[in-house]
Ligand binder design. Structure first.
Ligand SMILES: Cc1ncc(COP(=O)(O)O)c(C=O)c1O
Length: 381
């Protein structure tokens, strides 16, 4: 059973989503759901506290590969090789590890924009070069010609996001074939961030590891319980490293250099991936209802604010360009309507005039969020 959040409960939390902007602002921005995690997970956390069981625990991490592999097989038809799975403290830690240890400063790294902007920061912060391949705004598809033209022998890696944050696409066979052809031709490492894989709305997840033979041996797949179960604060993720060059480099690194996930974070992931098989289906029903609510209200009350229906995630990538809210509608909405969406600007050039809304909340709270958006847009010439 998914418990519906109340304002009282959300405002009492210490997390960034509801505390950053103060009590008069409604939060529909950062990628945390307002729903509690499954009770099986919070009860397991409580048992650790009850036992004051916070000392070293060296055994639990060994159970992660089997738990992740089993989950992927049951939910997505992919059986990852347990020997190739290693824990990380977060998806971005794994992504940046691959970036730093498998590419050189100055190398080109492909991204499909608009994109979850820490990908862009990871590339520039490491002295690598963004190779921007804009998605076609008509449906946010990968343009195979643009991709082929953008990549050359100075490109060594691709950062993929399947399903895609922020546009909610689950890329299809044709699109992945164009990716695989370029990756093979230019011998690219492909890091595929599949943290959103369980949260599909209309299209089943397609793990890249199951899709195109040409990707074999050059893939790193990232997974985490943080989005599906709202556990981002615990800090546990995994990488399935099918790329032997990165696998060998990691195997020769000092054992403690990359840190380790906490015991409670691993305990949470283990419960998630072994005892919560019913959760994603329940959640998907809830998220689909919320998407329908958002889409229906926009159609009826704000037809000038549009979005391509997401196939996955709990985001609407909202196009405000024909409203009077300017290049950064999220800023106007925050300052004037007291509702926090994510600004489109950091997601890349195609984010200008866009904002990302997180609709993973109760119907009542979503209505309040939409009311504030409607009021501001309607009153802005
Ligand atoms: C695509 C994507 N990757 C990574 C992350 C962050 O994951 P982590 O907290 O495990 O680093 C997010 C969070 O929203 C995300 O959307």
């Amino acid at each position: 059973m998914i418990a519906m959040p109340t304002y009282e409960r959300l405002r009492a939390r210490r997390g960034v989503k509801w505390s950053k902007y103060g009590p008069d602002v409604l939060a529909a921005w950062v990628a945390d759901m307002d729903f509690d995690p499954p009770a099986a997970i919070t009860e397991e956390m409580a048992r650790f506290i009850e036992r004051a069981d916070l000392g070293y625990n060296l055994g639990l991490a060994k159970e992660l590969p089997a738990a992740y592999s089993g989950w992927q097989e049951r939910h997505h038809g992919w059986r990852p090789d347990e020997e190739r799975i290693r824990p990380f403290t977060g998806t971005l830690q794994a992504l940046e590890t691959a970036l730093w240890y498998r590419t050189k400063p100055g190398d080109g790294v492909v991204v499909f924009t608009p994109i979850y902007y820490p990908f862009l920061d990871a590339i520039t912060d490491s002295g690598r070069r963004i190779v921007d391949v804009p998605l076609d705004p008509d449906g946010w598809r990968i343009d195979a010609d643009l991709l082929a033209a953008a990549v050359n022998d100075t490109t060594s890696m691709m950062l993929f996001c399947q399903p895609h944050n922020p546009v909610g696409r689950v890329f299809d066979d044709d699109e992945i074939a164009s990716v695989a052809a370029v990756a093979e031709h230019h011998d690219l490492l492909v890091v595929t961030d599949e943290i959103w894989g369980d949260l599909t709305l209309t299209t089943p997840h397609r793990p890249l590891a199951t899709m195109d033979e040409r990707l074999r041996g050059r893939l790193v797949t990232l997974g985490s319980p943080s989005k599906t179960f709202t556990l981002a604060g615990l800090r546990c993720a995994v990488a399935h490293i099918d790329d032997d060059r990165l696998g060998t480099t990691l195997a020769t690194m000092p054992g403690h250099l990359l840190g380790a996930s906490s015991t409670t974070s691993i305990a949470g992931a283990l419960i998630a991936w072994t005892e919560c098989d019913e959760w994603p289906a329940e959640l998907r029903l809830e998220l689909r209802a919320r998407y329908d609510q958002l889409a229906a209200r926009l159609r009826a009350e704000l037809p000038e604010v549009t979005m391509t229906a997401p196939e996955a995630t709990y985001f609407g990538w909202l196009d405000f360009r024909t409203t009077g809210l300017g290049d950064d509608p999220a800023k106007r909405l925050l300052d004037e309507a007291k509702v926090a969406l994510s600004s489109g600007l950091p997601f890349g050039e195609q984010g200008t005039g866009f904002a990302r809304i997180n609709f993973a909340t109760s119907a009542e709270i979503l209505d309040d969020v939409i009311d504030r958006i409607v009021t501001l847009v309607r009153s802005t010439p």
